[in-house]
Design a protein around this ligand. Structure first.
Ligand code: SF4
Length: 427
């Protein structure tokens, strides 16, 4: 028996069909079961219950065994002084509060809704990729949509915590924060970390100072990335190396990454970090105000134009220094641009909205997701197999959050889809 199912049974169980009694045989009438407390303290707050002839207002604490109260040392904790009912699966020991007064206890073992419990265990122990897959198509769309909406906003808030932490590290500099997350996204998963380090070691302000000259931006990026520490393989690398020597001394740039920190293994040539750095150099040269790109653009088309910048002529033909490409390498493809918008611009815009307490910015970020095509990955395909096809990036992002943060962690009781399945045909 798990405490979360007992919490669920208390919250959603129907206790009005039969009279219920405390272990001291006093009749219990529930006026309000209280509000689930997600913070420290008793499980439900602001409950209203009549026990015997007295009406009480206070908290409800849930445990598998009544003795868990002592195990958790609740009697020593002020937050538990206001507990009016102890709801337990098994009342194995009478429990007294700090004033030595018996705490009224409701034992669920005898009155529990066994049907609901069976469904719960069937769901939790289901080994399919999606535990509720066989029920999913029968769930009303309004329930699925409201769950998607909840998890989508939760995702934006969760990502905002990470973005705002980085923003603090950059002394509240939004442009440097946008630059950091843009670079990180350019590394995809494989090279996200070295790209993030590159943003830390080469501040955006320095890029802005050299923004008129693509060669200088490339020299700075490739130099700090550690690609100019080897002996030059051709004239182009020689030119960048010379430029970097001048710029690193001018801007007093002492630290750089090691070439070996970059991963090429199992990457397609057009995703090599060298190719991505070259694309980035073009984007940074043409967009010298990242705050505008991130916070003022609203349409996917507008953003696509910003990112459709061809790399310099050398990088249209090379995948690494001295290494020719088999085909011409132009601007980032449609999918990689959409990936930047979904995973960087929308998330940073929402974080900025949260920081500014501006709900319009959060709404813009959600709208942008609604106007972008859905992602296609192994998680969206799991939901597609149940007949739920994502219509936009809003849906695919919600599916990713739902799957990773709820389904994988078996949090079906906290998911309105899971709650609906358990309530179906239960007494
Ligand atoms: S968390 Fe929700 S969507 Fe995921 S498996 Fe459980 S009930 Fe299904």
């Amino acid at each position: 028996m798990r405490e979360d199912i007992l919490q669920y049974l208390w919250q959603f169980g129907n206790f009005s069909t039969k009279p219920i009694f405390t272990s001291e045989n006093e009749k219990i009438e529930i006026y309000s079961k209280g509000i689930l407390n997600i913070n420290e303290g008793p499980d439900f707050l602001h409950a209203k219950i009549k026990i015997g002839e007295i009406e009480w207002a206070g908290s409800v604490e849930i445990h598998v065994k009544s003795s868990d109260w002592n195990l958790h040392k609740h009697s020593n904790h002020k937050a538990y002084e206001n507990v009016i009912l102890h709801v337990v699966y098994e009342n194995n020991k009478p429990i007294f509060d700090a004033k030595n007064k018996l705490i009224p206890t409701l034992e669920l073992k005898q009155i529990i809704d066994n049907e609901m419990l069976k469904k719960y265990y069937a769901l939790i122990n289901n080994q399919s990729t999606l535990a509720c897959a066989s029920h999913f198509s029968n769930i009303e769309s309004v329930i699925k949509l409201s769950m998607f909406d909840g998890v989508l906003h939760r995702r934006l808030e969760r990502k905002a915590v990470e973005i705002l932490a980085q923003f603090q590290k950059y002394n509240a500099d939004w442009e440097q924060t946008c630059y950091h997350f843009l670079l990180r996204n350019f590394g995809f998963k494989t090279n996200a970390e070295p790209f993030a380090r590159l943003a830390e070691l080469l501040p955006y302000k320095i890029i802005q100072k050299q923004a008129e000259n693509r060669i200088q931006i490339e020299a700075l990026l490739f130099g700090i990335a550690g690609f100019l520490d080897e002996s030059p393989k051709d004239d182009y690398q020689k030119e960048l190396t010379k430029e970097f020597a001048y710029l690193s001394s001018k801007h007093n740039l002492k630290n750089r990454l090691n070439h070996s920190e970059w991963k090429f293994f199992r990457l397609r040539p057009h995703n090599f970090p060298t190719v991505r750095i070259a694309q980035l150099a073009g984007i940074l040269q043409h967009n010298q105000n990242l705050n505008r790109v991130f916070f003022e653009t609203k349409e996917p088309k507008e953003i696509a134009i910003i990112f459709k910048i061809n790399p310099s002529p050398y990088w249209q033909k090379h995948i690494n220094f001295g290494d020719l490409s088999k085909r011409n390498l132009l601007f980032s493809g449609k999918q990689s641009i959409e990936n930047v918008v979904i995973n960087t611009i929308c998330q940073t815009k929402a974080a900025y909205g949260i920081w500014k307490d501006n709900s319009d910015l959060i709404a813009d970020s959600v709208l942008l997701l609604e106007n972008l095509p859905a992602e296609d990955n192994k998680i969206t395909r799991i939901f597609e197999n149940t007949g739920t096809i994502p219509k936009s990036a809003y849906d695919s992002q919600a599916m990713i959050e739902l799957y990773n943060e709820f389904c994988v962690q078996k949090k079906c009781l906290k998911c309105s889809i899971g709650q609906t399945i358990l309530k179906e045909n239960s007494a």
